[in-house]
Design a protein. Structure first.
Length: 585
């Protein structure tokens, strides 16, 4: 009887997910009553649902995490930790190990005796996840014997529909398929799988680094690194060499950093990879930045601005001249905001020039210049030449030194709209940073028209969203009252979000438009905290307040909002009551 109730729950979950309809469920239940076969297996055998869809619904019913096993998720060498016989008997397979925790795919992840037995046998903490019985046994048998032939294994994966093209720069000549030179190589297949998976999963960076046990490949999604695969020992040098070849780096140079770039065609679209190699104690490490145009959201409406901030930002972009700064740490989305601004400004009537290091994305109707320090083309030198190119709008990838800052200020004072990025914690801090670089405050007060500070918050995965009550410490840190705690949302973790609970990111912004009162403070060289006080008097919320507001709206967790907007005591403490009032406004 309990088995029937369980099947009914799974069927209902599949209907709720839109995977099957009521008629298909009833037919499958009738067939299940006749044959005694499991409902899920029947649905998969009949081609009604896929194994991946089934395991997701089963995991939802059981309240556990589930996954569909595939190549790259499993380290074949770990089977020996449990033993082949035990894997087949208990229907389990170890997937990967992080620290002292071994993640194990199990047919019954709630079986405490099995978990205790695995913990005793391996000496590791066991992290169980649900997988289908047939899926587990398939990979146990594939890796059986403990002496997996890695070359044959990789050869069997094929080229995975990924093409590497050789190009000197973004605009030279026809493309040439490099894979034809060494087609069929297992190393080519492994690298292709790593690159293709990163593109499919929307990662921003791929890390290929040496490890005592071989090689570790990780990728960054939504600002957080995650393990992808751990190729066995003896392959690291070949993997690095392959990446250097396609990135047009010197494979003979192993003790000095190098940089390269390659364009690949994955899933029918072109993706640029910017590569950097670095010698480490255990060998060379390569990091590849993934520049996927399909991930670039250039519409201002897609960035996450509140409506009144959006109106103010558009007004600043409509100014004929002035300096508009976008600030924040590395990886906070500053470049995307600048490209969105350029998308708003570019017209046939306007001459727009940019100076970038490097040019990450090509934008139509925009003249983009890439800095090349090796030949003496620095930011400041390029900017001085740009001023003789009759520009209307100038975009500077980053203000790094006094020369660049001074040219930017002079350009804005002589009738040009200048957009630039800067590394500061908040919007008022941009003024102090330029003054520290040597820019006179009286010049800066006449040039600057606004400053935008931003951060990126991870959004809660819609597939596993759940309610929770934050701790009193978190509420107090957010400036909220603990007397009548409210519920917030977070992600429980599922296959869709790689068990992270988050999927995608949303921006939060602190926008300082330079009003006469702000300009007066800038002119007299007022410190950042006085600018901050004036902003609050004008009703401009801080980054922390904006992030907490996003959490209260259910887009992210409160802890994520606090983590991303941690600013070492820069926020004034007005007490929970005042903060609650302002956040509710």
């Amino acid at each position: 009887m309990s088995l029937r109730r369980r099947h009914k729950r799974v069927g209902e979950a599949l209907i709720e997910d839109g995977a099957i309809n009521e008629e298909q469920l009833q037919r499958a239940l009738m067939e299940q009553a006749r044959t005694g076969e499991k409902l899920g297996a029947l649905l998969v055998d009949q081609g009604i649902v896929s194994g991946q869809v089934l395991v997701h619904s089963l995991a939802k019913c059981m309240g556990v995490r589930g996954c569909h096993l595939r190549h790259g998720l499993i380290d074949p060498t770990l089977i020996s930790e449990i033993g082949e016989e035990e894997c087949e008997k208990s229907v389990v397979i170890p997937m990967f190990k992080v620290g002292n925790t071994l993640t194990v795919a199990m047919m019954d992840p709630k079986s405490l005796p099995t978990i205790d037995r695995l913990k005793s046998a391996t000496g590791y903490e066991i992290r169980p996840v649900l997988a289908l019985e047939a899926n587990i046994l398939e990979y146990v048998r594939k890796y059986k014997g403990g002496n997996v032939n890695v070359d044959e294994f990789l050869m069997s994966l094929g080229d995975q529909d990924l093409e590497v093209v050789e190009r000197e720069s973004v605009d030279d000549g026809p493309e040439t398929d490099l894979d034809k030179m060494i087609a069929g190589s297992p190393i080519v297949n492994l690298v292709n799988i790593a690159l293709l998976t990163a593109v499919k999963d929307g990662s921003s960076d791929i890390h290929i680094e040496p490890d005592k046990r071989g090689t570790r490949i990780r990728y960054r999604i939504d600002g957080v690194l995650r393990d992808l695969m751990n190729p066995p020992p003896g392959m690291h040098s070949a993997i690095i060499s392959r990446l250097k070849v396609i990135g047009k780096m010197d494979i003979a140079v192993k003790r000095l950093p190098q940089e390269g770039r390659v364009r690949i065609i994955a899933e029918g679209r072109e993706v640029d990879l910017r590569m950097s190699s670095m010698p480490t104690l255990l060998g060379e490490k390569i990091v590849a930045r993934v520049l996927d145009k399909s991930n670039l959201r250039v519409r201002l409406e897609d960035l996450g601005f509140r409506q009144d901030d959006m109106t103010t930002f558009r007004d600043l972009l409509d100014r004929p001249h002035g300096l508009l700064l976008v600030t924040g740490p590395t990886g906070s989305g500053k470049t995307t905001t600048l490209y969105s601004a350029l998308d708003q400004l570019r017209t046939p009537e306007r001459n727009i020039l940019t100076v970038e290091d490097p040019v990450e994305y090509q934008v139509g109707l925009v003249n983009q210049i890439q800095v090349n320090e090796q030949i003496g083309l620095s930011f400041s030198r390029a900017l001085r030449s740009i001023l003789r190119q009759d520009p209307d709008t100038i975009m500077i990838g980053e203000i790094r030194d006094e020369d660049t800052a001074r040219v930017a200020v002079q350009a804005s004072l002589t009738g040009h709209l200048v957009l630039a990025t800067l590394h500061t914690n908040d919007a008022p801090g941009a003024v102090a940073r330029l003054v520290d670089m040597g820019i006179e405050s009286y010049l800066l007060s006449g040039a600057i028209i606004g400053s935008v500070a931003q951060r990126l918050l991870r959004k809660i995965c819609p597939q596993c969203v759940s309610k929770y009550y934050p701790s009193d410490a978190a509420l107090l840190d957010a400036g909220l009252s603990t007397e009548s705690p409210r519920s917030f949302h977070k992600g429980a973790g599922c296959q869709n979000c790689h068990d992270s609970g988050f999927s995608g990111r949303v921006g939060v912004y602190e926008l300082m438009a330079v009003t006469p009162a702000i300009r007066k403070l800038v002119h007299i060289g007022a410190p950042s905290h006085e600018l901050r006080v004036k902003l609050r008097e004008q009703g401009v919320p801080s980054l922390r307040e904006e992030a907490v507001r996003v959490a209260m709206e259910g887009l992210t967790s409160l802890e994520e909002a606090l983590r991303v907007t941690h600013v070492d005591g820069q926020e004034e403490d007005e007490g929970p009551a005042a903060n609650e009032t302002r956040l509710a406004a």
